[in-house]
Ligand binder design. Structure first.
Ligand code: AMP
Ligand code: MG
Length: 326
């Protein structure tokens, strides 16, 4: 069985094709990179509309299959930016109707977790999902993926990107911040906001920008942002692992490309006698393969959905998904 998945919750439109063994036969994408300012939902949607058909063709060519050999069309139903979600859902519906194949809508956050489980062979991990718009600590309990902790304001990647934009770094700023942080020497005091299992980043962002205006070394500032924000994530992840008593931690989302974050979580895991797993880089960021794979799991275990039931959901919560495949 082959599944074709289309991702399009935010800045990236991606198309992936996977088989039942979680082999990724193709995974191609295009990302909006605004020259100034943040991502404009309508502009991002226009970008996705332009790119989605060529990407579908490119994915089929890369996988070496004809489109009518695909057995299932999956798409990202949410959470995400409304115009982007609607564009991608429309493409998925058109494709499913044209090919006369079933369609399934997938929760984006759950997909980050499932592709990690599928690729890394870790059965029951706690997921630290750290991306641009989302920051959540997720684990499975009694038929659902439960959110144990999450950001109370902005996603960690948004915090990094907003900081980077103000100090003149290109989008996305995460990689530049990581590079500058390597030459950081002094740990500057920044707000460390952990509230129970939750985190918050806007106070840290404001404080970092104030320090920047006061002329502190950029390298020290990047270093301090990373040390503070990543320690917050590591702390809530550890608390969730202790609470649900799970021995594996899985990383997902674009921010987990950061080597310093990986080191911190790896160290915490080792101290608890736990293991850390990270999927291949192109499967950490938003991608079509994770949607294809989660769609496949859902389709094989759950009821069929009619095209009329494929409405998008901008605020689709991780714990709304009934996990029929576990
Ligand atoms: P996603 O939303 O999952 O596609 O991830 C995109 C986010 O990952 C953006 O906010 C980037 O700034 C961030 N990112 C990418 N690479 C790195 C890195 N090396 N360190 C920190 N953040 C990163
Ligand atoms: Mg994501």
């Amino acid at each position: 069985m082959l599944s074709l998945g289309i991702e399009g919750t935010a800045h990236t439109v991606g198309v992936g094709i996977v088989d039942e063994m979680c082999r990724v036969l193709a995974n191609v994408s295009a990302t909006v990179r605004p020259e100034t300012g943040g991502i404009h939902p309508r502009e991002a949607a226009n970008h996705h509309a332009e790119r989605v058909v060529p990407l579908i063709e490119e994915a089929a060519a890369k996988a070496g299959v004809r489109l009518n050999e695909v057995d299932l069309v999956a798409f990202s139903r949410g959470p995400g930016l409304g115009p982007c979600l609607r564009t991608v859902a429309t493409a998925a519906r058109a494709l499913a109707l044209t090919l006369d194949k079933p369609i399934v809508g997938v929760n984006h956050c759950v997909a980050h977790l499932e592709i990690g489980r599928g690729r890394c062979k870790c059965d029951d991990p706690v997921l630290l999902y750290a991306s641009g718009g989302n920051t959540q600590v997720i684990a499975y309990a009694a038929g659902r993926y439960r959110v144990f902790g999450e950001t109370l304001d902005i996603g960690i990647g948004n915090m990094l990107d907003k900081f980077g934009r103000e100090v003149g770094m290109p989008f996305p700023a995460g990689p530049s911040i990581e590079k500058h942080a390597k030459d950081g020497k002094e740990l500057l005091p920044l707000p460390y906001s952990v509230k129970g299992m939750d985190v918050a980043f806007s106070g840290l962002l404001t404080a970092a920008l104030t320090l920047h205006r006061q002329g502190v070394r950029l390298e020290d500032l990047c270093f301090s942002i990373q040390e503070t924000a990543f320690a917050m994530l590591t702390e809530v992840t550890e608390r969730a692992m202790a609470h649900v008593d799970k021995g594996d931690v899985l990383l997902g989302g674009g921010v987990v490309r950061n080597q310093r974050l990986r080191k911190m979580v790896e160290r915490m895991a080792a101290d608890r006698g736990a293991r850390m797993f990270v999927p291949e880089g192109e499967l950490c960021v938003d991608n079509g393969a994770m949607i294809a794979w989660t769609g496949l799991l859902q389709h094989k275990s759950g009821p069929r959905v009619a095209v009329e039931e494929t409405l998008i959901d901008q605020r689709f919560r991780t714990d709304e998904v009934e996990v029929t495949w576990r």
